[in-house]
Ligand binder design. Structure first.
Ligand SMILES: Cc1cc2nc3c(=O)[nH]c(=O)nc-3n(C[C@H](O)[C@H](O)[C@H](O)COP(=O)(O)OP(=O)(O)OC[C@H]3O[C@@H](n4cnc5c(N)ncnc54)[C@H](O)[C@@H]3O)c2cc1C
Length: 371
C-alpha cells in the first residue's frame, strides 16, 4: 500500500509530493490529464503578491515564509534534475497609473506611505525612483516604487523540474487518471476510483485539484469555498534586455514580466466565467493596447501567444491547508488563488508536516478547513 496519494498534479500536488518524498514517504500522484498543464503552467511566476501591503496577515505569513524557502527549493531541483527554472530577483517596479489630477496624486502619496511602512515592517527593500532609472523602455518617466528583491520563476520549467524530481526520487505519477469517487468506511477513505477503471489505496489522501477541488470533494467539501477564476495572458517575443524588471501598473494591476530570453508576459485578467478556459478576442485587444501604451516597443507583430488558466479562487486569497474535519485520512492543499506558485514550497511543507505529525514552523489556524 502507498503511504500517500496526491490527487492533482499542478504545482500544489507536485511540490507536496516532492516534500513528502524528501521526508521518506511513498507517494503516488493521480492526475486527470497531464501534470503541470493547468493554472500552474498558465501563471506568470511572480513570487510575491502583486501589492503585498493590500493583503491580510495569513497571506503575508505564507508568502514570506515560502519566499525564504524558495532559493533552497530551486537550487536542489536544479542540481537534481539539470532543469533551470530561471529563479531570479528581477525586481518589481510599481507605477501609479495614468491619471495625475490633484486627488489622484494625494491618493498615490497615501498609498506610497502605506507601502513604505509595510516594507519597513516586513524587511522588504523599497525605494522611490523615476521609472526610467529602472526601465528606460517605458513610455513615461514618472515617480514609481522599486522593489528590487521581488523574484520570479519560469513556471513551465519549474513544473518540468518537479515532475522529474518526483520520478527520480521514487514517486509514481499516473496521468490520465481522473479521481471520480472514493470508498469511505469508519471515517477513513479506503480507496479512490479513477476514470481508468482502477482503484488506488493509501494511508493518506491529499486533494490538490486546484479550481476543481470543491467539485471533486462534493458533500465532503463542507463549507469549503474554492471557485475557478480565469486569467488570460499574452506573450510577446522581444529582444532580450528590452525590459529587465517586472512592471506593475496600478490601479488595475496590469503587469509585464520579462524572461531572460526576451519573452515578455502581459496580463492578467480576473474573470468569473465558471470552468470556461477559452481566450477571448476583446481581452487580446485590451492587453495588447495596455502593453503597447506602457512599452511602445511592444507591438502586435511581436505577439507569440495567448492563453488562459483557471485559478483556484478563495476568500481573501487564503488557501486551505488542513485535514478534513471528520474524514481522518483526507487532507487538502488548495485555494491559493493568485499566489499558488509563490506559496508552493511553504504550503507543501505545512501539509506534509500535518501528515507526518511534525511540528509546524508557523501558525496554521488561518488555513483551516471551514466546516
Ligand atoms: C493567468 C494567471 C497568472 C498567475 N500568475 C501567478 C503569479 O505570477 N504568481 C503566483 O504565485 N501565482 C500565479 N497564478 C496562480 C497560480 O498559478 C495558481 O494559484 C496555482 O497554479 C494553483 O496550483 P494548483 O496546483 O492548486 O492548481 P492547478 O495547476 O490547476 O492544478 C490542479 C491539477 O489538478 C488536476 N485535477 C483536477 N481534478 C482532478 C481529479 N478529479 N482527479 C485528478 N486530477 C485532477 C488538474 O488536471 C490539474 O492538473 C496565476 C494564475 C493564472 C491563471
Amino acid at each position: 500500500m502507498n503511504d500517500v496519494i496526491v490527487i492533482g498534479g499542478g504545482i500544489a500536488g507536485l511540490a507536496t509530493a516532492r516534500e513528502l518524498l524528501r521526508q521518506g514517504a511513498h507517494v503516488t500522484i493521480l492526475e486527470r490529464n497531464r501534470c503541470g498543464e493547468e493554472s500552474s503552467w498558465a501563471g506568470g511566476g511572480i513570487l510575491s503578491p502583486l501589492l503585498p501591503w493590500d493583503y491580510s496577515d495569513p497571506v503575508t505569513q505564507l508568502t514570506q515564509w515560502s519566499n525564504r524557502l524558495y532559493p533552497g527549493f530551486i537550487q536542489a531541483l536544479h542540481m537534481e534534475t539539470g532543469i533551470d527554472p530561471e529563479f531570479h530577483a528581477s525586481g518589481m517596479l510599481v507605477l501609479p497609473g495614468f491619471s495625475n489630477g490633484p486627488e489622484e496624486v494625494a491618493r498615490q502619496d497615501a498609498r506610497h506611505r502605506i507601502a513604505e511602512a509595510w516594507c519597513a515592517q516586513h524587511d522588504l527593500a523599497m525605494r522611490m525612483v523615476r521609472s526610467h532609472e529602472i526601465a528606460p523602455a517605458l513610455a513615461l518617466d514618472e515617480p514609481a516604487l522599486w522593489l528590487p528583491e521581488v523574484c520570479q520563476v519560469r513556471n513551465p520549467r519549474l513544473l518540468q523540474a518537479l515532475v522529474l524530481a518526483v520520478e527520480m526520487n521514487g514517486g509514481t505519477i499516473i496521468e490520465h487518471a481522473e479521481v471520480t469517487s472514493w470508498k469511505i468506511a469508519q471515517e477513513r477513505i479506503q480507496s479512490v476510483a479513477t476514470s481508468r477503471g482502477e482503484e488506488y489505496a493509501a494511508a493518506s489522501y491529499i486533494v490538490t485539484a486546484g479550481a476543481w477541488s470543491r467539485q471533486l470533494l462534493r458533500e465532503y467539501a463542507l463549507k469549503l469555498d474554492i471557485w475557478p477564476v480565469r486569467g488570460q495572458i499574452l506573450l510577446f517575443k522581444a529582444q532580450p534586455g528590452l525590459l529587465g524588471t517586472i512592471v506593475l501598473q496600478e490601479p488595475d494591476n496590469f503587469y509585464l514580466i520579462p524572461r531572460r530570453d526576451g519573452y515578455i508576459l502581459a496580463g492578467s485578467t480576473v474573470e468569473e466565467v465558471a470552468f470556461d478556459k477559452h481566450t477571448t478576442a476583446h481581452v487580446r485587444k485590451e492587453l495588447l493596447e495596455k502593453a503597447h501604451r506602457l512599452v511602445p516597443a511592444l507591438t502586435e507583430e511581436m505577439l507569440a501567444g495567448h492563453w488562459a488558466g483557471l485559478r483556484p479562487g478563495s476568500p481573501g486569497n487564503i488557501p486551505v491547508i488542513d485535514s478534513h474535519p471528520f474524514v481522518t485520512n483526507l487532507y487538502l492543499n488548495s485555494g491559493h488563488y493568485r499566489y499558488g506558485v509563490t506559496m508552493a514550497p511553504g504550503s507543501a511543507r505545512l501539509v506534509s508536516n500535518m501528515i507526518l505529525n511534525k511540528p509546524q514552523p508557523l501558525d496554521v489556524t488561518p488555513y483551516r478547513w471551514p466546516a
